[in-house]
Ligand binder design. Structure first.
Ligand code: ATP
Length: 292
């Protein structure tokens, strides 16, 4: 009677490289980052309903607000303010919070982006990803990239995005040592804010060429985050010891990723790390790629 609902993934956002290139006079940092998204993430279920409702479950469900402070509800209300009647039809929202909170993989922004795209489709608003990304900016600089959900570079405060194609899928393991690091604290610890821009993307885009390119880049937030949360080094060491060809922290941490040769190798490493560190968040997954 209320029409079909939909279930959608709010994928983990992975900053494969992140250079801090400056700081605006208003205090926001300028960045140059290469981002992709994983097949692992939070799940969002939307259904037309008689009354609005919002429930949160999942391993990390207890760590997020369940009231209007939740970015999912902020995104719903933003859409309602922008689109009026069509967007105000009551909706039941279920969030399964699988990703650790405040962990550098954009959980909140990705949830909000999934809500915007999901309601846009379910309610027939049809604004499309570009308009939704611009509208979402009000909720955070990461919203446009999360709405796009594909490999991209982002500059400015992270809001100026350009799709990257082609880009290979990468088997990865995510490892978070169970410490939450607040993004503003990490930026406050930065000693260098004048870092160089990312080097030009590699001509060849196979995994070997991408790994060579990554080795010539940085995450400038990694040293200050490690200073705040030394356990991040342990996560990187665990990925390396279990066969990662490359490892790095994502965003402002503390989640780290390791790139593996195959999905089978990633699965084996994730099982070993998870068994040794039951309190950590560990997941083997694949990142999204793009074809030309
Ligand atoms: P980024 O990679 O963009 O730095 P993050 O992983 O560090 O993101 P989030 O997981 O997005 O950070 O959470 C940041 C803050 O947002 C937390 O303090 C949390 O309480 C709040 N928050 C509100 N709604 C959500 C949500 N749905 N999921 C996660 N955090 C949320």
């Amino acid at each position: 009677m209320h029409g079909p609902g939909l279930r959608t993934l709010a994928p983990a956002k992975i900053n494969l490289a992140l250079h801090v290139t400056g700081r605006r006079t208003d205090g926001y940092h300028l960045i140059d980052t290469l981002v992709t998204f994983a097949e692992a993430g939070d799940a969002l279920e939307l259904k037309p309903a008689v009354l609005d409702s919002f429930t949160v479950s999942g391993r990390y469900g207890g760590d997020v607000p369940i009231d209007g402070d939740n970015l999912v509800l902020k995104a719903r209300d933003l859409l309602r303010r922008r689109f009026g009647v069509v967007a105000t039809r009551p909706v039941s929202i279920r969030l399964v919070k699988n990703l650790p909170v405040a962990s550098g993989i954009g959980g909140g922004s990705s949830d909000a982006a999934a809500l915007l795209r999901g309601l846009d489709a379910m309610l027939g608003i049809d604004a499309g990803p570009e308009a939704l990304g611009r509208i979402g900016l009000e909720l955070g600089a990461d919203l446009p990239m999360c709405v796009a959900g594909q490999p991209l570079t982002a500059r400015g405060i992270g809001d100026e995005t350009d799709p990257v194609a082609p880009w290979p899928q990468l088997p990865i393991v995510l490892a978070n040592p169970g410490v939450a690091v607040a993004t503003p604290d990490v930026f406050a610890q930065l000693t260098r804010r004048d870092g160089t821009a990312l080097p030009p993307l590699p001509e060849r885009r196979d995994v070997a060429a991408v790994l060579a390119w990554l080795a010539a880049t940085r995450n400038d937030l990694e040293p200050p985050a490690i200073a705040l949360a030394p356990a991040i080094s342990e996560a990187l060491a665990a990925l390396d010891a279990n066969g990662a060809r490359f490892s790095r922290m994502s965003g402002s941490g503390a989640t780290c990723f390791g790139v593996f040769e195959t999905m089978a190798a990633a699965d084996t490493a994730a099982r070993a790390i998870g068994a040794a560190q039951p309190g950590w968040f560990v997941a083997a997954t694949q990142t999204r790629g793009t074809t030309p």
